[in-house]
Design a protein around this ligand. Structure first.
Ligand SMILES: *Cc1c(COP(=O)(O)O)cnc(C)c1O
Length: 360
């Protein structure tokens, strides 16, 4: 706890009735809590002026570096309310460490993991009435982010950086039951290459994925799948979710890290799968192995994972001129892993891996 955080409460917080109305159907990323956390960095002063203030617009000079050169990193995590009213986050140290790695790649300063966790905890504490009720699969989505805020058009790392945390209540990702995704395989666009920033959680990776996602939508698909940049042969991930393939013999394969984003859900699933006796292979996984495996029945389940949707079954894969039909239902292992994860997150089963961090 090294940040000295001042708190200036909002003069216009939402009323209890307004919060209740929003929490009844929060959707995703639409409503924001009453407050936000901010801390600034300069080379001379390091991190300074940590504060929680009323949520509201930022005033930025039009020359602010992040607007031009996308020097930014972000994180995505959730706070969960348990039956006894307590509030918890899931492996926040992992989000903090990943932001440190992302920030290194984007030439941004290091925010120490304990300061990151302190900032998140402080905002969640101030806005605790925004953490939805237990037993609902709703949560408070938390978005920490770091941006280059120096007003300067020269190209070099910004000498003024701002780290902020905002929070937004989130509903259950799947309303009316889980339905397998249909994926579009893009053979034109890639999201990352060797030495690029595929492993960093940074807005540029999302900017570059949008046109491919547009193509997927135009093809009637839910999400886009990217292949490796060098050979266009190996499965990487979706725009914002990692991928898993379950084989009939119980083996599970997931693409190895390097150019993909190192998902915290992905790594938790590796441990859960090991615990239930599955062999997990992190390796190159070709698109042909996927097509042939599903067609032959050797691959029995495919799923995607990430903080927002937890675990999502994948059904059909389509590409220019073809498709391979997967299951129209959620497979048993997909279902089991999803349930194990959310039971830990909502405190309904023992936290054997010590993943949960109590905030309140
Ligand atoms: C955040 C993200 C994921 C999922 O990571 P989690 O830590 O599990 O939420 C996967 N891929 C990309 C590109 C991401 O940005």
């Amino acid at each position: 706890m090294t940040l000295d955080i001042s708190i200036v409460p909002s003069a216009n917080p939402r009323t209890a009735a307004q919060v209740a109305e929003i929490l009844a159907d929060p959707g995703f990323g639409t409503y924001f809590t009453d407050h936000m956390f901010t801390v600034e960095w300069t080379p001379e002063k390091g991190w300074h002026d940590a504060r929680i203030t009323a949520y509201g617009p930022l005033t930025l000079d039009p020359a602010t570096a992040v607007l031009h050169y996308a020097q930014e990193t972000f994180e995505g995590m959730k706070a969960y309310r348990h039956e006894d009213g307590s509030v918890w986050t899931f492996r926040p140290d992992q989000n903090a460490e990943r932001m440190k790695r992302s920030s290194h790649r984007l030439a941004l300063p290091v925010l120490e993991p304990e300061d990151f966790v302190q900032a998140v905890d402080a905002l969640v504490a101030v806005d605790q009435r925004w953490v939805p009720e237990a037993g609902s699969e709703k949560s408070l989505y938390i978005r920490p982010f770091m941006i280059a805020t120096e007003a300067f058009l020269g190209v070099r790392p910004s000498q003024h950086v701002t780290f902020m945390v905002i929070a937004s209540p989130a509903g259950a990702y799947f309303k009316g039951g889980i339905k397998p995704l249909t994926l579009w395989l893009t053979e034109e666009y890639t999201r990352a290459g060797r030495g690029g920033m595929g492993a960093a959680k940074t807005g540029g990776n999302y900017a570059s994925s949008l046109v491919a996602q547009q193509e997927a939508t135009a093809q009637g698909c839910d999400q886009v799948v990217f292949l490796d940049g060098a050979e266009g042969k190996y499965v990487e991930e979706l725009g914002g979710m990692n991928m898993y393939f379950v084989f009939a013999d119980g083996r599970i394969v997931t693409p190895a890290t390097g150019t993909i984003l190192e998902g915290i859900t992905r790594s938790a699933i590796i441990e859960l799968a090991h615990q239930s006796g599955h062999k997990v292979e992190e390796r190159l996984f070709s698109i042909d192995e996927w097509r042939e495996g599903v067609a032959s029945g050797e691959i029995t389940e495919v799923f995607a994972c990430g903080t927002a949707a937890v675990v999502t079954p994948v059904g059909t894969l389509k590409w220019e001129g073809g498709e391979v039909q997967g299951s129209t239902e959620t497979g048993p292992l997909t279902q089991q892993i999803r349930q194990s994860l959310i039971d830990i997150q909502y405190g309904r089963s023992a936290d054997e891996f010590h993943w949960m961090h109590r905030v309140l």
